[in-house]
Structures are given as C-alpha cells and as structure tokens.
Design a protein around this ligand. Structure first.
Ligand code: NAP
Length: 283
C-alpha cells in the first residue's frame, strides 16, 4: 500500500515558513503585499480568491482586493494593472482566471510586470524557467516538486512521465523535473502507447483533466503518483485524474484529491509573493 502524501500538512509547513519570513521582513519595515484581481462572479473563482485572501491573512501578507464587475472593459483592467505595476507598495499581482470572453487573457498576463508575476505565467518567467533560472515559478508545478522532495523522494536520475502539456501545469512541471535532473517524457492526447510511458516511469504527474484517467494497470510497482487533476463529479464530489483505489495498491507514494496538490498551489503563491517582495527590495 502506498504512503499517502499529505498536501494539507506540507502546505501548512510552507505557509508557516513564509509566515516566519514575513515577520523577519516586518522587522526591517518591509511588508509584502499582493493585489488580487477578480473580474466577474464565476463561483469557482470567488472561492479561489477568498482562499487566497485567507492565506494572505494567515501568513501576514497584506492583500489588496479588486472585485470588478463582469462588464469591466479590457482597457479598464489593463489600466488597473498598469497602476499596480507602478505602485511600489504592491509586490505581486494576481489576475484570477478565467477572464470574461471579451477580455484577451494573453494580453492581460503580458501586461503584468514580470517581477510582480506571482503566478509565474508571464513569458519572461516561463523563459527563465526553461533555462533553469526562474525565481517566480508557476505555483501548481512548483507545488508538485515540493510534495515530492518533502516526502524524501530523490528526483535526480528518475524517469518521469508527465501526463498533459498545458502551459500552466504539464510544460512547467516537466521543466522543473528536468532541472532536478530527472529524465522526463511529456505525454499528451497524441502520445502513442501512453501505457508504455507510464509503466516505465518512476514518477508520474497526472494533469489531463480526465477523472480516474491513470489506472492501476498503467503503473509499475513502487511508482510515485502525483495527481494534479481536479474534476467535479455529478455527485458534487471532487475526483483526481488518477484512479486512487487502484493505484494506491501498487504505488510507493500517492497524493489524494482533495488534500494533495490542491492546497500546495496557494502555499506556493504565498512563497512567490515573499520572493517577489525580497527581489524588489534587493534582498
Ligand atoms: P488542460 O489545459 O485541459 O490540458 C490537458 C492536457 O491533457 C492537454 O495537454 C491534453 O493534450 C492532455 N490530454 C487530454 N486527454 C488526454 C489523453 N487521453 N491522453 C493523454 N493526454 C491527454 O488542463 P490543465 O489546465 O493542465 O489541468 C489539468 C488538470 O489539473 C485539470 O483537472 C485541472 O482542474 C487541474 N488543475 C489543478 C490545479 C491545482 O491547483 N491543483 C491547478 C491547475 C489545474 P493535448 O495538448 O494534446 O490536447
């Protein structure tokens, strides 16, 4: 039976580390501050934004909240981001996605100053990630790496299969694993014989957005399974991209959903805010 990786516990450890750093910075009169922008009333986004503000309160990061109506124009949003880019008291800017259809998401993400891009989505930061020099790393992928490392698993030299090649999870996590000296196979919907790739892998990161996609007979004994998927089932329950019951019997380590990767994303966001603040203050 696999050891369950407790994302709630590890994310709390990280938030407590961030809290200590925020206290140390406060002694130098440096107070990290995150601007959280929400456009419209997408119910899931409202929950995410509320959780991000709660995490800021917990670690002592000041949060500036902008809850804009769904009728906000692209120009109004870009003007707000421009003013926050210029505001020295604001260290991080987070625009909750998805945005209403009339607003161009790429244009908005590009408008955020790379040094305040705490989500790590700006092409400048993605570029730094690809050459192994990123300070602000995309939060969910960085959270996956922390889960693995803090469970005492050595990534170096391991064969990793990443399932899914999105810009927000699959691609960045494959770059982070490569930077940790893993040999990575990045799989997607056109990959032929995906079972061959997953069976060969010591570590599998599942981020396809398909409930219970990774079955027990697709993995080898002792594999480490990190489940990024968050799928809402008809009964209202959350389900990952991994068939937990089947894989738990064969894996050495496995993350549950909920309570695995999910809580790590916000913890890494808090970490990024402090990193952004320190870098802007030349610390
Ligand atoms: P996405 O943008 O929809 O990308 C899905 C990826 O999976 C694509 O690369 C797609 O391949 C690949 N794929 C789809 N069907 C496949 C199949 N049958 N075989 C192999 N690959 C397949 O999804 P995402 O944004 O990366 O999110 C993935 C999951 O993670 C979702 O459940 C999402 O809710 C969850 N998520 C969780 C967090 C968190 O905080 N825990 C954060 C972000 C996302 P193609 O490129 O060929 O289409």
């Amino acid at each position: 039976m696999a050891q369950i990786i407790d994302g709630k516990k590890i994310s709390l450890e990280i938030k407590d580390e961030v809290k200590k750093e925020v206290e140390t910075l406060a002694k130098k009169s440096i107070n990290p501050c995150l601007a959280v922008i929400l456009v419209g009333e997408n119910p899931a986004s409202l929950v995410y934004v509320r959780n991000k503000k709660k995490a800021c309160e917990y670690v002592g990061i000041k949060s500036l909240s902008y809850e804009l109506s769904s009728g906000t124009t692209e120009k109004e949003l870009l003007d707000l981001i421009d003013s926050l880019n210029k505001n020295p008291e604001c260290n991080g800017i987070l625009v909750q996605l998805p945005l209403p259809k009339h607003i161009n998401e790429d244009k908005v993400l590009l408008s955020i100053s790379p040094e305040k891009d705490v989500d790590g989505f700006h092409p400048f930061n993605v570029g730094l990630l690809s050459i192994g020099n990123a300070v602000l790393k995309a939060c969910t992928p960085a959270g996956c790496i922390e889960l693995i490392k803090r469970s005492g698993i050595d990534i170096s030299g391991k064969k990793c299969a990443v399932l899914g090649r999105s810009n927000i999870v699959g691609k960045p996590v494959s770059m982070l694993l490569t930077a940790e000296n893993a040999t990575v196979t990045l799989c997607h919907s056109k990959t032929k014989d995906i079972i061959n790739e997953t069976k060969n892998a010591d570590i599998i990161i599942a981020a396809v957005g398909k409930p219970k996609f990774l079955k027990g007979d697709m993995i080898s004994d002792g594999a480490v399974i990190i489940d990024v998927g968050i799928n809402r089932m008809e009964n209202g329950k959350l389900c990952g991209d991994v068939n937990f019951d089947e894989c738990e019997k064969k894996a050495s380590f496995i993350t549950p959903v909920p309570g695995g990767v999910g809580p790590m994303t916000i913890a890494m966001l808090m970490k990024n805010c402090v990193l952004a603040c320190k870098s802007q203050n030349k610390i």
